[in-house]
Design a protein around this ligand. Sequence first.
Ligand SMILES: *Cc1c(COP(=O)(O)O)cnc(C)c1O
Length: 354
Amino acid sequence: MEKIKLTRTTNPRPRPNQDDLPFGKYFSDHMFLLDYDAGMGWHDARIIPYGPFTLEPSCMVFHYAQEIFEGLKAYRDPQGAVRLFRPIENVWRMNRSAARMGIPQVPEDIALAGIHELVTLDADWVPSSPDTSLYIRPFIFATEPSLGVHASKSYYYCIITSPVGSYYPNGIDPVKILIEEEDVRAVRGGTGMVKCGGNYAASIRASSRAEDEGYTQVLWLDGVERRYIEEVGSMNIMFKIAGEVITPALTGSVLPGITRKSCIELMEAWGLVVTERPITIDELLVAADDGTLEEVWGTGTAAVVSPVGEITYGGKTYVVNGGGIGPLTRRLYDELTGIQWGKTDDPFGWSIVL
Ligand SMILES: *Cc1c(COP(=O)(O)O)cnc(C)c1O
């Protein structure tokens, strides 16, 4: 692997107040950049001061959205060291997304070294207040200046980082979700299982409508029959029904979350039965009515685990677990955050100390 060239900033950015860190608003001093050109491959790995790109208006990403991204965090542990959580999983997923979107894959060692070296250089941007972290956003986009519809001949792989506050500044508050009956997020054969900006663009209208009506998130049904539950907002979803944990199987339209995978591995280690299978909205509502629906929660890097307190479908609202956080949801949250912030043992070796 070629060495990553470093150009340090001469103009450090002002440090935000650690007690007021809205998601994705402040960015650290540096960014990582890697170029791709057809015939040359990926080249010129560098860390440079954070700042704007110069791109032509014809740049392909603006027109045909050939773009993918990742999201992970760096955590400050009690000893003051900085930790990453399963970063190689993000690199693997990014390369699976790249394959689906016709984007050349980034060699794993460069993709990972970019994350490690950028976070190490900007380590003093990893906040230390309780439950804060440094959000890391790797992304790849098509840069060729051309309106012809084909795979771009050039790309940027860029990484930026942003200090973020606690997802739950007022304690864990179960969310109210609305089952979306009109729009769909993804279909099998489409791009639901990859992390691409286009999926998000298509989901914004439903999210805005739900927010206007006082809900926190949208629950997505499958794009063909609108019967099977897929995800909640930009999180995977899990249910505990009559003692069994159920989560939608990864059939192609569901994003394979790393938090999802980690929760499944933890619960299996605890001796719980976790079933990955299709689950219909009817099955969920019957369980809610007959009292066997014990817990519902979303999983994702931003919130870790997010309890669902209310589900609304066709104008009727179903309350889950009395609107509170259930014991299994709480246990998953405590265990995962303990490992991520280096406060508890890490029997799986998920935490990487930089
Ligand atoms: C990123 C994402 C998730 C969660 O993935 P994690 O790796 O757990 O953060 C779930 N659903 C969608 C649609 C996503 O984009």
